[in-house]
Design a protein around this ligand. Structure first.
Ligand code: GDP
Length: 200
């Protein structure tokens, strides 16, 4: 399906979360991992711009995806909702997932019933960071479905891809990890497939 994307809202409190009930896909990653570039590649420039607007970088930004084949005048329920979470990783992670994250993020990840998949973005060029390991550990512990995705694949040679993929899998203790590039579009089809499978 082709989607039309619309910015819904920025939430800094659970009371503001959208109520549509549509399956939600969360995007997570350390600052600078390429999250805005990925959202840009998946749903268009508007989304990435909204998410990097000061004041919205500490919020969860929600986007509604509707069927682009239907005319814009038809009032549609979203097929999917993307939630863009604040980047983490500036400070050392302690007891909670991240001391740099606002307090409402953990309950969102732990309790949101319509959250179907967490897409964890990892920079494929550099070794796994402790904050990434802790996030994945936390999601696993919380019983959340997640996909680990290595970003910026275009910056790696063929050999580096193989080597870094193996190292990241080992260090993050995950069986599945695939690479994407927002710049070339590499891997984005696989990512969409995972999104649509999870949203079923
Ligand atoms: P965010 O902080 O996670 O939203 O990261 P951005 O999307 O702003 O990207 C951080 C930096 O990485 C920018 O300089 C981007 O141009 C670069 N970047 C993001 N995705 C890619 C990619 O797929 N390939 C390459 N070569 N650079 C990328």
């Amino acid at each position: 399906m082709r989607y039309r994307t619309q910015f819904l809202l920025s939430a800094t409190d659970p009371a503001q979360f959208p109520t549509s009930g549509a399956p939600e896909i969360a995007f997570l990653g350390r600052s600078n991992v390429g999250k805005s570039s990925l959202l840009n590649a998946l749903v268009g420039e508007k989304a990435a711009k909204v998410s990097s607007t000061p004041g919205r970088t500490r919020a969860i930004n929600f986007f509604a995806l509707t069927n682009a084949e239907l005319p814009i005048s038809v009032n549609q329920h979203p097929k999917l909702v993307f939630s863009d979470l604040p980047g983490y990783g500036y400070a050392k992670i302690s007891k909670s997932i991240s001391s740099t994250w606002p307090a409402f993020i953990e309950p969102y990840l732990a309790e949101r019933p319509q959250l179907k998949l967490c897409i964890c973005l990892i920079d494929a060029k550099i070794p796994a960071q402790e904050s990434d390991r802790q996030l994945i550990h936390w999601l696993r512990h919380a019983g959340r479905r997640f996909a680990v995705v290595g970003t910026k694949a275009d910056r790696l040679s063929g050999n580096e891809r193989t080597r870094n993929l193996a190292a990241l899998k080992r260090d993050l203790e995950v069986d599945d990890l695939f690479l994407i590039s927002s710049k070339t579009g590499f891997g984005l089809k696989t990512l969409w497939q995972q999104v649509e499978d999870a949203a079923q």
